[in-house]
Design a protein around this ligand. Sequence first.
Ligand SMILES: Nc1nc2[nH]cc(C(=O)O)c2c(=O)[nH]1
Ligand code: SF4
Ligand SMILES: [Mg+2]
Length: 249
Amino acid sequence: MGIRLVDLFYSIQGEGRYAGKPAFFIRFPECNLFCGLEKPLKPGNYDQEYINNLKSVNAGWVCDTMAQWLSNGFEIDINDIVDYISRLSSGSYNIVFTGGEPLINRSNILKIIDAVNSKNLKPYIYEIETNGTMEPIEDDSISYNISLKLSGSGMKRSKRINSNIIRKFLLLKNTWWKFVISNRNDAMEAIEIMDEYGIKRDSVYFMPAAFSRDELVKNSVEVIEMCKEFGVNYSPRLQIFIYDKYVGV
Ligand SMILES: Nc1nc2[nH]cc(C(=O)O)c2c(=O)[nH]1
Ligand code: SF4
Ligand SMILES: [Mg+2]
């Protein structure tokens, strides 16, 4: 029996705690938020440029993977995912589940983890890239990269911040927090959330907003100054640094 993905590729983790580590990316369809847009779009094949042009007046930016996670994607047998991984690497790598919001597809994440473990492949760690609004899977072999959304996403606070869920993530062993920072207001808002929930600065990454290599270089200067000031970590976006505007890398 197959499962639906929108992308499967081997690259390096570009962001957060494991930036630089070889990693298999498994991208699922669907998200519970529509960052940057006034109202949800139906699943289908869209051009990302078209989506960017729908940006709501309340938002500072638009989700950069929306065209991917709204697409129909493809169906793949779990054994073929496992074969793909074992064919491409004999060394150490992570397996990253992303989206959209991958925790919508939690049962498929569990099936893939079971299949990988039963074939005796040993990823260094599984990572889940999440917006932190859905119930986590409790498993010490999973490391969470939680990117809570700020008001620049244009989403209502009640949709993007769920106190009970944040507290559950805080009880887990491998929890890292990643904020996309466009300006000083974003940093102040992130600090407020960190203080409210007792999120340790050690576990926090500020990452510049950027769609291209030029933007990344330019925006990193200011973000690094804020990292120094507030004592949080800087996260690169190595995939943009290396491959510029390409997706699926
Ligand atoms: N290389 C690479 N690293 C990533 N880290 C998080 C990604 C994501 O889109 O969730 C991503 C991605 O799409 N590519
Ligand atoms: S939560 Fe993440 S994947 Fe979902 S719309 Fe926002 S930026 Fe995109
Ligand atoms: Mg991304």
